[in-house]
Design a protein around this ligand. Structure first.
Ligand code: 13P
Ligand code: SF4
Length: 329
């Protein structure tokens, strides 16, 4: 069979066995002035070859300031979109464009636009885990690092809509005393963590600190010692003197936690029985070394964002970056 790899964006195009993927990826980056950005949820070998590994806020900040000509985003589709919106003149590659996000998918732009229209007095805050088209109906984007401070930057009597994560929205409502109207979306990885297994693990490890990402359900958040973004949880493990941590977020973050604190023990919380075999985001894990190599070699698949959507969405992302800079985040 004669496969048209160009049409398929060279994803899964065959690679000679003799190619040393890691060194070739680094060589191609240098030759083409490309930078590899990776989220903490990707496979360890992807984090190892990246120029920069970070949480959603840090990745957007890095994309906004890099002088590379090409950005290879080792993360999911919306992260690539954010890069392209911030740097329309650059080539932005996501090594597999099918790496989507269940949370972003839970908020279709047309339905969100209708929802926004029904609340004309409300300002609209959207989590960065949204499509560019949804961001186009947003006043300010937030990440889990800055959501609380950005919500608090609005006057207390300003009515707010928060989308798409109902868990993060409910958590922010609880810590700020606001009453934001929430879009009913969620991340399939963070929703399926088991409360019963967490209670069991806490009994087995009574000294362990419980680290929870705010995309988790309220019943899990209630049992946390600390609630925060991947970067905040990571910093806590470095700074806190505990020797054991129960980690309630996508398990890719354990790689960096173990690297930074090799003497400490990190225990990933499993999901509910019968949901999925593990607490991994299958979309993040679609980014593999062969795909990164092919993407750099062929400069494909490139991510494009419709110019009108980009123009509408960019303001909400810049609003977030500006507020974060003022707040020193
Ligand atoms: P942060 O990187 O903001 O912690 O978000 C986690 C996440 O789910 C990214 O998809
Ligand atoms: Fe989306 Fe959840 Fe995967 Fe993050 S972990 S990319 S929110 S599906």
């Amino acid at each position: 069979m004669n496969t048209n790899w160009e049409k398929l964006g060279y994803v899964d195009a065959p690679i000679e066995k003799s190619v040393d993927l890691k060194s070739e990826i680094r060589r191609l980056c240098k030759e083409k002035n490309a930078i590899i950005l990776s989220h903490y949820y990707t496979e360890p070998e992807i984090q190892d070859i990246a120029d920069f590994v970070g949480d959603s806020l840090a990745l957007a900040q890095k994309a906004a300031t890099t002088d590379a000509d090409i950005i290879v985003m080792c993360g999911v589709h919306f992260m690539g979109e954010t890069c392209k919106i911030l740097c329309p003149e650059k080539t932005v590659i996501v090594p597999d464009l099918n790496a989507t996000c269940s949370l972003a998918e839970s908020c279709p732009a047309d339905k969100f636009a209708e929802f926004v229209k029904q609340h004309p007095r409300h300002k609209v805050i959207s989590y960065v885990n949204t499509t560019a088209a949804t961001k186009a109906h947003t006043d300010v984007v937030v990440t889990s690092t800055n959501a609380r401070q950005i919500v608090e930057s609005f006057p207390i009597d300003q009515p707010l809509i928060f989308g798409p994560d109902r868990n993060l929205g409910a958590y922010i409502n609880s810590v700020t005393g606001r009453n934001m109207i929430l879009w009913d979306g969620a991340c399939h990885v963070h929703e399926r963590f088991s409360v019963n297994k967490l209670i069991e693990l806490k009994k087995q490890h009574p000294e362990a600190k419980v680290l929870v990402h705010p995309e988790c359900k309220g019943a899990i958040v209630k049992l946390a010692d600390v609630v925060g973004s991947t970067a905040a949880l990571l910093n806590y493990t470095v700074q806190n003197e505990a020797s054991e941590f129960i980690v309630v977020t996508e398990s890719g973050i354990l790689y960096e936690m173990e690297k930074r604190s090799p003497q400490k023990k990190f225990i990933p919380l499993p999901p509910e029985e019968g949901t999925s075999p593990c607490n991994e985001c299958q979309y993040m894990r679609m980014i593999t070394l062969p795909k990164v190599y092919n993407s750099l070699l062929h400069l494909a698949p490139q991510l494009e964002v419709d110019a009108d959507v980009s123009r509408a969405a960019v303001k909400s992302i810049h609003a977030m970056l500006d507020i974060s800079e003022k707040l020193g985040l």
